[in-house]
Design a protein around this ligand. Sequence first.
Ligand SMILES: Nc1nc2c(ncn2[C@@H]2O[C@H](COP(=O)(O)OP(=O)(O)OP(=O)(O)O)[C@@H](O)[C@H]2O)c(=O)[nH]1
Length: 186
Amino acid sequence: MGYSGAVLAGGASKRFGEDKALFPYRGKPLLQWVLESLQGAKERFVVANRPYEGFGVPVYPDLLPGADSLSGLHSALSHARHPWVAVAACDLPFLSRDYWDFLYEKALASPYPVVVAYSGEGHLEPLAALYHKDCLPQVEGQIRAGDFLLRRIPETLGATYVPFAEVSARFGERVFLNANRKEELP
Ligand SMILES: Nc1nc2c(ncn2[C@@H]2O[C@H](COP(=O)(O)OP(=O)(O)OP(=O)(O)O)[C@@H](O)[C@H]2O)c(=O)[nH]1
């Protein structure tokens, strides 16, 4: 029992202007915040096509590169040793161990291979979500078909959707605050 934890850090950070995974925020790199939120995972690793040294976790490359974060998700699910995988972007400093444990509780009862938060407007948080390894054929098929939309995975395979109101009531309004641009960090 227990989940694997993967942080995607292979992006171009075009909008951020420098590698956001390494950007120091409140005393530590953004990637470190996300890795620490995954301290309840049975294993932790980074998925990226460049080295990230000094974080004490393995770094695995994309196995099917070129599909943006979908490539990262594919590599995360391929490398994970546990059936459920907590998959996070590297720019979410307000995630916490309690958040992932909360999602994992839902996963254990989920008839679907994805557990993901959504807001009333249909907005999903696919890079702060749990995926079962059963998603791999769908992920690989989308990459091969050139369809890089993450939300196609829950739409196709079904998901346990967790309302944003429930998440924010427990973990705060900022739980999914991410930094596409530097000025978005409080
Ligand atoms: N492994 C891997 N991760 C990726 C790839 N592209 C994006 N990511 C990661 O996916 C997450 C979400 O991506 P974005 O927020 O769009 O980050 P980004 O692509 O670096 O940013 P922009 O260049 O501004 O779009 C971040 O953690 C990225 O590091 C990729 O090709 N491979």
